[in-house]
Design a protein around this ligand. Sequence first.
Ligand code: NAP
Length: 253
Amino acid sequence: MTIVILGGTAEARQLAATLVADGADIISALAGRVSDPNLPAGRVRVGGFGGPDGLAEYLRDPQVTALVDATHPFAATISANAVQAADRTGTPLVRLERSGWSEHPRAASWVWVPDAAAAREAADSARRPFLTTGRQSLSDFVAWADRDVLIRLVDPPSEQLPQRWRVIMSRGPYSYSGECEILREHAVDVLLSKDSGGTHTVAKLDAAGDLGIPVVIITRPKLPPARTFSTVAEAAAWCRTCESLGFVGPSTL
Ligand SMILES: NC(=O)c1ccc[n+]([C@@H]2O[C@H](COP(=O)([O-])OP(=O)(O)OC[C@H]3O[C@@H](n4cnc5c(N)ncnc54)[C@H](OP(=O)(O)O)[C@@H]3O)[C@@H](O)[C@H]2O)c1
């Protein structure tokens, strides 16, 4: 009896740790994008499945009893694949998706845009933008070779970046004081972010607000409907009570 968790997030690791502590057999799937990932408890497999067909094939293993999509809210392809593959194989599926930042006290003051290209347009008058939209979006900002762009990444960029761009390599969570320091030190004049949500990376938004720095924020991609929980506790409770599972965990959640 195995639960497959599509991971790559702190919540996925928390869920794996909770269920492994209950005695469940967990396989966490990671895309393999990050060179030195934080590994979850339980078994881990690294690399894509080969689209929805490959994932469906994987789920056909009779040991697999449920699928949890705990990927990042912007990992839209794998989330769509999860819905398709679960439908085709009759595998119970839930999505674990942390709440976004639309309820943040300053959310109304941010410029909300649908994608990275729109974020670049919205912030085009900036001279010292701070890009925290991830490695995959960098190509959308190449027109900014003429300015001092500050970028924060977990892994080094895969392409050559314009000479004036500077990269900070680090992994969250980030503190409010640390974020204020970065924004001040680099004289950032606009902060660009995705609506990743959660608490690990929210300090940059608080810091930017307090320093009067404008924020441009990319809305989440639309995902196909799936039963969704926003907390690890709810997802863990679902896993425990999932009809097809052969174990019953402690009733503390
Ligand atoms: N996008 C972000 O902003 C972001 C931020 C932090 C962490 N992450 C994590 O990084 C991973 C990749 O994100 P992405 O935006 O590149 O995904 P994506 O665009 O939705 O997925 C692209 C392909 O990567 C493979 N893949 C993605 N997540 C996987 C997983 N957990 N296990 C196995 N294969 C996976 C799948 O390949 P196949 O089709 O071959 O199965 C998928 O088709 C995700 O696990 C996500 O949770 C993403």
